[in-house]
Write a protein that binds this ligand. Structure first.
Ligand SMILES: [Zn+2]
Length: 310
C-alpha cells in the first residue's frame, strides 16, 4: 500500500528536476536548430534611393532595364518569389533538412541595406543569403551569370563564400543555358572596387551581426538583360524560364546546407574542407563543358570579367 502511494505521488524534487531538464533541452535550440532559414534578397525596388552613403546603407531603386523596358527591380522580386515557392514545396514534401525561406522584401519597395541585413540577422538559424540581381554591360556586349562575394580583406569567411558562390553560379548558368545556350558561368568577383573600397553595403551591414559571420552569402547576377536575345528567350518566356532557374538555385542551396551544416552559425561544427572540395569538384565537373581544368578556368576567366554588379 505504501509502495502504491509513493508511485502515485512522485517526489516534488524529482518532478522539478525532470521539468528543468525538459525545459533545458527545449530552450537550448535543439529543436529550433532542426530548421535553417535561407534569406533571399530581391535587389532594388520602389521609386526612391533609400539609406545613405554616410551610413553605408544606400540602395538604389533600379539599375538595369531590358530593351522592352522590363525593370531589374521587378524581375528580382519575381524570381525571388519563385525561389521561395520551390523551398516551400520541398519543405512540404518532408525532405531533410528542413529549410525555411524568407525574402528581405515581399513587395515593390526598397529597404535600405541596413534593413535588409537586419531581416537576415533576425531570422531563426540563418543558413545562407543570396541577393538576386540582373546585369547590364555596355549596350548588350556581355552574356553570362556572375556572383559577387565580400572581399577577402574584410571577410574571414571568404574561402567558404567563394566555394558557395562558384557552385551557385555554375548551377544557375546551367539552368540559363537551357534557354540561352551561349551564356556562360563567369568567375565570381570580389567587391573591393565598390564604394571606394568599402565593398557592397549589404555585406558591410551584415558584418554588424556575429550570427551572420559564417553564413555563406553572395550577390547573384542572373544574366545581362540589355540584349534582344535575353529579352526574347529568357525574359519574355519567364513563366517557363524563371521556375527552372529558381529550382536550380533552391536545390543548390539545399544541397550545400546539407553538405555544409557548419555554414550556419547555429549549427557550427569543425569545418571539413575535404567535403567542401568534393562538393565543388562534383558541381564543376557536372557544369563545365571543358571538364575541371584549372588552366582552362584561368584562361576563360581572363576574358570573363566584363562587369561589376552594383
Ligand atoms: Zn542590381
Amino acid at each position: 500500500m505504501a509502495f502504491v502511494k509513493q508511485y502515485r505521488h512522485p517526489s516534488p524534487t524529482i518532478f522539478l528536476i525532470g521539468l528543468f531538464a525538459f525545459l533545458m533541452v527545449f530552450t537550448s535550440g535543439a529543436f529550433a536548430a532542426a530548421e535553417l532559414t535561407v534569406i533571399i534578397d530581391p535587389g532594388h525596388g520602389g521609386t526612391n534611393v533609400t539609406g545613405t552613403h554616410l551610413l553605408k546603407s544606400n540602395s538604389s531603386p533600379n539599375n538595369a532595364t531590358s530593351p522592352s523596358g522590363l525593370r531589374e527591380k521587378d524581375l528580382t522580386l519575381e524570381l525571388s518569389r519563385e525561389i521561395q515557392r520551390v523551398f516551400e514545396s520541398e519543405r512540404a514534401s518532408n525532405h531533410a533538412p528542413k529549410i525555411r525561406c524568407i525574402l528581405t522584401k515581399t513587395n515593390d519597395w526598397n529597404p535600405d541595406f541596413a534593413e535588409r541585413a537586419k531581416v537576415a540577422a533576425d531570422s531563426l538559424n540563418p543558413g545562407a543569403l543570396v541577393s538576386i540581381h540582373f546585369n547590364t554591360f555596355r549596350h548588350g556586349t556581355a552574356l553570362g551569370t556572375v556572383a559577387m562575394i565580400h572581399s577577402r580583406f574584410f571577410n574571414p569567411n571568404h574561402k567558404a563564400d567563394l566555394r558557395f558562390a562558384d557552385g551557385l553560379t555554375a548551377v544557375t548558368s546551367a539552368a540559363v543555358r537551357n534557354f540561352l545556350p551561349r551564356s556562360s558561368a563567369m568567375d565570381s568577383i570580389n567587391d573591393h572596387h565598390i564604394h571606394d573600397g568599402t565593398g557592397a553595403y549589404l555585406f558591410y551591414q551584415m558584418q554588424r551581426y556575429p550570427q551572420l559571420d559564417k553564413v555563406p552569402k553572395c550577390f547573384l547576377e542572373i544574366e545581362f538583360i540589355d540584349r534582344k536575345d535575353v529579352q526574347g528567350k529568357l525574359l519574355d518566356q519567364r513563366l517557363v524560364t524563371f521556375p527552372v532557374i529558381a529550382k536550380a538555385i533552391a536545390d543548390y542551396i539545399s544541397c550545400y546546407l546539407q553538405e555544409n551544416p557548419h555554414g550556419s552559425s547555429v549549427l557550427s561544427q569543425p569545418q571539413d574542407e575535404s567535403a567542401d572540395e568534393k562538393f565543388l569538384e562534383e558541381h564543376k565537373k557536372a557544369e563545365s563543358p571543358f571538364g575541371n581544368s584549372a588552366f582552362i578556368d584561368w584562361f576563360l576567366g581572363a576574358f570573363r570579367r566584363p562587369n561589376l554588379p552594383d
